[in-house]
Design a protein around this ligand. Sequence first.
Ligand code: ZN
Length: 100
Amino acid sequence: MTTAPQKRKYAEDYINYGFACIQNSGILNPQCVVCNETLSADSMKLSKLQRHLETRHREHSSKDPSFFKRMEIVSDQDLIQQALINNSRSPVLKLHTLYL
Ligand SMILES: [Zn+2]
């Protein structure tokens, strides 16, 4: 018996719409890698993520997923730097990072 890593599949789909999957206090939330806005857990539907991308970031809506992956890496580095500066652990765990 194996449990399929479905969450990983979801996280990979999110990045196609410019979203990373973050865990905040045990709750999974989609976070936009363009504006860093975190949507509520019940916005975790691809149609809602797509809507955010098209209404807020229309200029990016036709971008290749690799564009968002680069942005996500950049924001990860920002988080690491902030954590180092603050000398404290961020309560926000990036699931995407855990899978690497
Ligand atoms: Zn956004």
